[in-house]
Design a protein. Structure first.
Length: 127
């Protein structure tokens, strides 16, 4: 994958910096996240596409041999048994490019993370 020295301004710019076959995967991940949580907002953080909803929701990034997916929650691993197949370092998931991307799993993770963020917000309001 390309090693961009400058941070992309938006997700469109990020996706456009990759080969067409990877662009297609990244765009489908983007649509999957948006469909799972339509209220989520797109941004770039840490030079990666990021979706937020009352806090960070999920990040994703393309690498030479995989897509990195970062749900940002330790509870995601407890909730989804299928994640052990995709385990990366420090809470990240690795979706190898030579295997089908688990879009359905991505959608379920996004819904779970949205619920977590909203519950956290409600709990903070009660304090």
């Amino acid at each position: 994958m390309k090693n961009n020295q400058t941070e992309p301004k938006n997700i469109d710019e990020y996706i456009a910096s990759f080969p067409k076959d990877v662009q297609w995967i990244l765009e489908k991940i983007r649509r999957t996240i948006s469909k799972a949580e339509p209220a989520a907002e797109e941004t770039i953080k840490y030079k990666m596409p990021t979706f937020t909803l009352k806090g960070n929701l999920v990040y994703f990034a393309a690498f030479k041999k995989h897509i990195g997916f970062y749900p940002g929650s330790k509870d995601v691993r407890k909730k989804f048994k299928a994640l052990s197949t995709y385990e990366g370092q420090e809470g990240s998931l690795k979706f190898p490019l030579e295997r089908p991307i688990p879009y359905d799993l991505i959608g379920r993770i996004v819904k779970f993370r949205a619920e977590e963020n909203l519950k956290k917000l409600e709990a903070e309001k009660r304090k």
